[in-house]
Write a protein that binds this ligand. Structure first.
Ligand SMILES: [Mn+2]
Length: 273
């Protein structure tokens, strides 16, 4: 199968400058977009995010219809409202949300009110109505969500995840289990196709600094590659996001080099589908 790179230059969900020119930065570093999503900016950030997610959803749906693999490279994580909404129209997917943050805030519970902290709740129909509508009659089910690498919670988020028994695995280096052993253990519980939503801030910011909201510690790049290799080799991965890239925070091209390696890994795996 062929991989299609869809770049999405959204900043309004994070409200942090730096991601508008990601397609140019990626291009300068040898990563060419097949589709660069464009959208109308409105006065309201919410409406802008909504326009952007709708366009992202359309681009992803087009890929899926053409039997191509959509690899979405984005700025703020709100773009996943668009990408996962598209995938949900075609598949009853399990979503691996690899991130420092759970992104499951609701508009009411959110402290910052930034939409990039709400995509998971939005996909579960607990977001702003005009954004939650993008999933149409589908919804991301709690039992189909698996968090990896999450280590920075708001109190509401922590309580929600615990109460709803959402699968969450982190702190692999301290645990006896390696990340692959954890994935092997949970494999039998995962049914159907998989969407990977990978936030670059899951990685330790010392090795991956070019993100919007860094959180100290985190996964090593080796752990990320092990995870992706395992997921692609053992599941039907149907789409993937790489998000929260902020070129203005990058140091010595560390982050863009990581993106580049991930893109090559994905293309290689998808090529054999
Ligand atoms: Mn995120």
């Amino acid at each position: 199968m062929e991989t299609k790179i869809i770049t999405v230059p959204l900043e309004e969900g994070s409200e942090i400058k730096g991601s508008e020119q990601i397609a140019d930065y990626l291009n300068q570093n040898g990563i060419t977009s097949d589709t660069a999503v464009t959208f109308i900016k409105e006065e309201s950030k919410r409406e802008t995010v909504c326009n952007c997610c709708l366009k992202t959803k359309e681009a992803v749906l087009q890929c899926l219809d053409r039997k191509q693999f959509p690899l979405i490279i984005g700025s703020d994580h709100s773009v996943s409202i668009g990408s996962v909404s598209a995938v949900l129209q075609k598949y009853d997917v399990s979503v691996f949300w690899i991130d420092a943050h759970p992104d499951i805030n609701t508009p009411e519970a959110s402290i910052t009110k930034r939409i990039h902290g709400m995509p998971v709740a939005t996909l579960m129909k607990d977001g702003y109505p005009e954004l939650s509508e993008l999933t149409e009659d589908k919804v991301l089910k709690k039992e189909n969500l698996i968090y990896l690498g999450v280590r920075c919670f708001d109190p509401y988020e922590k309580a929600y995840i615990e109460e709803n028994k959402i699968a969450l695995y982190n702190n692999f280096s301290a645990a006896k289990d390696s990340i692959v052993r954890v994935l092997k253990k949970i494999r039998k519980n995962i049914v159907g196709p998989v969407h990977i939503s990978f936030d670059l801030d899951a990685i330790n910011p010392e090795i991956c600094p070019g993100v919007n909201t860094p959180v100290k510690e985190g996964l090593s790049f080796i752990q990320v590659k092990e995870t992706l290799n395992y997921l692609f080799d053992n599941f039907e991965v149907v789409a993937m996001d790489i998000v929260e890239y902020n070129p203005l925070n990058d140091v010595a091209r560390k982050t863009v080099n990581i993106i580049s390696e991930i893109v090559e890994l994905v293309k290689e795996k998808v090529h054999h589908f």
